[in-house]
Design a protein around this ligand. Structure first.
Ligand code: HEC
Length: 104
């Protein structure tokens, strides 16, 4: 059996998937969704988690971005978020903020 019989179609499929990606990612692209999913464990799938300071729902993308950047820079302190925000670039935090601001 020829190994290329399996490898070639897989490579071609991989190329097609890669080409299907938009050249420039939109705020609600798949990568942003994956980042946002990591937040949902604590903040709820719709950003409406119960608990003090855990609700992201109803906040604008600007408010969320400002808060996340404040956690990242150390201007705002917390038990978790100051550490968590440091794991993302400013642009990534902005994209995550836009994602949560658009949830209904
Ligand atoms: C392990 C649980 C956990 C995860 C994961 C988590 N957070 Fe938080 N978040 C908290 C807690 C707890 C607070 C309250 C501040 C603190 O103690 O750090 C908070 C506070 C916030 C606040 C401020 C809310 C307010 O009204 O003051 C924002 C914005 C926020 N988180 C966004 C995010 C985003 C975006 C992510 C994903 C990148 C995320 N969080 C991931 C637990 C978490």
């Amino acid at each position: 059996m020829n190994i290329n019989f399996f490898v070639l179609p897989t490579l071609l499929l991989g190329c097609q998937v890669a080409m299907a990606q938009p050249a420039k990612a939109s705020p609600a692209d798949f990568q942003t969704t994956l980042w946002a999913v990591s937040c949902m464990a604590c903040h709820g799938t719709d950003g409406k988690a119960e608990g003090v300071g855990l609700t992201l729902h109803g906040k604008t993308s600007q408010e969320l971005t400002d808060t996340l950047l404040a956690f990242k820079s150390g201007k705002k302190t917390g038990t978790i978020m100051d550490q968590h925000a440091k794991g993302y670039s400013d642009e990534e935090l902005k994209r995550i903020a836009i994602y949560f601001s658009q949830l209904k």
